[in-house]
Design a binder for this molecule. Sequence first.
Ligand code: ATP
Length: 239
Amino acid sequence: AEKTPILELKNVVSAYGRIQALKGISIKVYEGEIVSIIGANGAGKSTTLMTICNIVKAVEGDILYKGQRINDVGSDVLPTMGLCQVPEGRRIFPRLTVLENLDMGAFFRDDKVAMKDDIERVFDLFPKLRERRKQFGGTLSGGEQQMLAMGRALMSRPKVLLLDEPSMGLAPLLVQQIFNIIKMINEQGVTVVLVEQNANLALQCSKRGYVLETGSVVMEDAADKLLTNPDIRKAYLGE
Ligand code: ATP
């Protein structure tokens, strides 16, 4: 028998007004995987994550998390269930300190002692954040803000982490570092869905990938297969 995915989209349609951004997409994510969603600008990658999180409403189809339909679960409730998104552009709180930002990620938790441990774990992953823990979020560099956004999400102890363009706007050295950290987070037991323009690096750290084109899934395969597929190489991997 086939395993039940931890997250599944079944024929999901979502729209901005009358414009369909997702035209009935189906995606399966199994526990422990890193799954990439790649595609050109405007293909619907960000919309996919926002629809999973009920920031954009699915007008058709089912979104299942641990076998439960979550179409109508509020975006503020999903993190308490272990499903947490790191949005594109980071959206940290600029006027809160690094520590306060991390606390916000655990807004629904009351286990203060365990939270302290988790903050230390975040600082072990992102040592720069430890150095800057008393600084305002807004004073951090782009890369540090990305780390803070990821650290804040980890404070909710996610089972599934949805990452929207984590490499966006980062210097090449930092990009590699962020992908290494994504792998480490995954190795600590977090399932990861990764939306990326940087298809090469995303697929390199993924188990499987989906290719989106104008709101439809046009291909899905093992990441190593996609990386060596000539059509994919030409269209998305800069060949
Ligand atoms: P990018 O990498 O540029 O974010 P993407 O693959 O994530 O691209 P989406 O941002 O999901 O693509 O956009 C999918 C489609 O929906 C595009 O045609 C886009 O123009 C449209 N769209 C996105 N956000 C909105 C919005 N707030 N209002 C109207 N249309 C939108």
